[in-house]
Design a protein around this ligand. Structure first.
Ligand code: FES
Length: 120
């Protein structure tokens, strides 16, 4: 058994309870990308709300930027681990709901789930 599998089998907790990644990929020349669809604002708002709520830090929540997550057709997208839940958000109220419901209380926001068939 590998070290990582041993750690999982022994029930070691992950460093963060939840880790959300926002695609902040930006393409040149007006090509479709998450930044073109407002992902910077979504990321900034999420980071701010998580910090204000005292949710950030080890054992809690981490908000990170990512490059292209290869689901551009569904963008802007963010993904939450360890649940591997994908969201497509449109505005500030969507981010507010993801933070309050999922990141704070562990309840998936069904209405914002990225359609499973939408990829790159
Ligand atoms: S540009 Fe965001 S998923 Fe590809």
């Amino acid at each position: 058994m590998s070290e990582i599998n041993t750690r999982i089998a022994l029930g070691h907790e992950s460093y963060y309870e939840r880790h959300i990644f926002f695609c902040l990929n930006e393409r040149k020349a007006g090509e479709e990308c998450c930044v073109q669809n407002g992902s910077k604002a979504g990321f900034d708002r999420c980071k701010q709300l998580v910090k204000q709520a005292g949710l950030s830090g080890p054992g809690k929540v981490r908000v990170n930027k990512s490059g292209c997550l290869d689901r551009c057709a569904a963008g802007p997208v963010a993904v939450v681990y360890p649940e591997a839940v994908w969201y497509t958000y449109l505005d500030a109220s969507d981010i507010d709901e993801i933070v309050e419901s999922h990141l704070k209380n562990g309840k998936v926001v069904e209405r914002l789930l990225t359609p499973p068939h939408l990829g790159s």
